[in-house]
Write a protein that binds this ligand. Structure first.
Ligand code: GLU
Length: 197
């Protein structure tokens, strides 16, 4: 279980997310990733295996990702080897829902099978990816309804940061048996898996 940071506000999100993730490095991790919203698109997802400095380099210190709303993650792999593909955020097939997750989805194998039978394509070996496809399946325009339906079907522990392409200026968060806190400042709102971030 590792780190989550989310930011939404007036500042550029990516440098804030990287700074927050750097404050969670002490917890240990094997890879890191960011999703930053740019206008209507959620397409800006960058992931890097290894040190956070790889992600810093890949994103030019966050300057390559423009946008004021985003989620970031440092991963400590439980399901699937450390790799760029297994790093978070994970997305639905349409690339319109992004999820970062700390914890373990214990019943992900039957859920994955069910979603594969419905035609969903999995690209990673993680337990987390099933959440992105389940959210896609249940999302009919109401994020809280979709998230609630998904979490009723999931067993295990989670702290989650979620963004939907058609929900601008919003980050959704949920937790069970994994820490996640919410913070507010004059220039924005934050989620984080631990106080230092
Ligand atoms: N179980 C997830 C994975 O292996 C999340 C691990 C974490 O908490 O960093 O990708």
């Amino acid at each position: 279980m590792c780190g989550i940071v989310g930011y939404i506000g007036e500042e550029q999100a990516a440098p804030i997310l990287l700074d927050g993730l750097s404050k969670l490095e002490y917890r240990g991790y094997d890879s890191a990733g960011l999703a930053v919203r740019d206008g209507d698109a959620l397409a800006q997802v960058v992931k890097a295996k290894g040190r956070l400095s790889n992600l810093v380099e890949k994103t030019d210190n966050g300057n390559a990702l423009k946008g004021t709303c985003g989620i970031g993650h440092t991963r400590w792999a439980t399901h699937g080897a450390p790799s760029d593909i297994n790093s978070h955020p994970h997305m639905n097939n349409a690339g319109t829902i992004a999820v970062v997750h700390n914890g373990i989805i214990e019943n992900y194998i039957p859920l994955k099978k069910k979603m594969q039978d419905k035609g969903y394509q999995f690209v990673s070996e993680t337990d987390t990816e099933v959440l992105a496809h389940l959210l896609d399946y249940y999302y009919k325009g109401n994020p809280l309804e979709a998230i609630t339906k998904v979490l009723h079907r999931v067993e295990g522990s989670y702290a989650l940061g979620i963004m939907f392409a058609d929900q601008p200026d919003k980050i959704f968060a949920a937790r069970k048996d994994s820490p996640l806190i919410v913070g507010k400042s004059d220039n924005g709102s934050f989620i984080a898996s631990d106080v230092p971030a």
